[in-house]
Ligand binder design. Structure first.
Ligand SMILES: [Zn+2]
Length: 173
């Protein structure tokens, strides 16, 4: 399947301006019939996995080391809420991130929706989660087709790069 992910309604620049105020951003998965142990494991990998190959990271926390920002998986009421659904997006997206903002420039909450959860592989779920967590930190889309933040998430290179980290550092410093 083609993995397409968009944030917002139009093409956005490489970074958007909004950022989190808190340095620990909690993440939880909304409990429903699609939540399984293996899905929770796949989501955890995209946050906690410390594999690192050719300076590309599988998990965000290792990549974010040194930025002061970390994700934390919690059982419920996360700053970022992940919703797993099995229907198709009306706009044919594979995943989507929306934000809430209580004051200008500050992200107060985010919601990540993953569509067709029973149709995607474990690898595809991890690709999508890494990409959407990138959006949740404030990254927009890249024009580089090998980049995690390319709108059509690259199957083999969907890992977190130094370029992604530098973009986050420029946003938060
Ligand atoms: Zn996207």
């Amino acid at each position: 399947m083609i993995i397409i992910s968009l944030v917002g309604l139009s093409l956005v620049p490489f970074v958007h301006a909004d950022t989190w105020e808190n340095s620990t951003i909690t993440v939880s998965v909304t409990d429903n019939e699609y939540v399984t142990k293996s899905i929770i494991r796949d989501i955890a990998i995209t946050i906690l996995d410390d594999r690192e190959e050719f300076e590309k990271f599988a998990g965000w926390n290792n990549a974010l080391n040194g930025t002061g920002i970390q994700f934390k998986l919690v059982a419920e009421n996360g700053d970022i809420q992940i919703n797993l659904v099995n229907h198709t997006s009306t706009k044919k997206y594979s995943a989507f991130t929306t934000f809430e903002s209580k004051s200008p420039g500050i992200i107060s909450a985010a919601e990540i929706t993953i569509y067709e959860i029973e149709e995607i592989s474990s690898h595809e779920l991890q690709m999508l989660m890494r990409h959407e967590l990138g959006h949740s930190l404030g990254l927009g889309h890249s024009r580089d087709s090998d980049d995690l933040m390319y709108p059509i998430v690259p199957y083999y290179t969907s890992y977190i790069s130094q370029a992604n980290i530098q973009s986050i550092e420029s946003l938060y410093n």
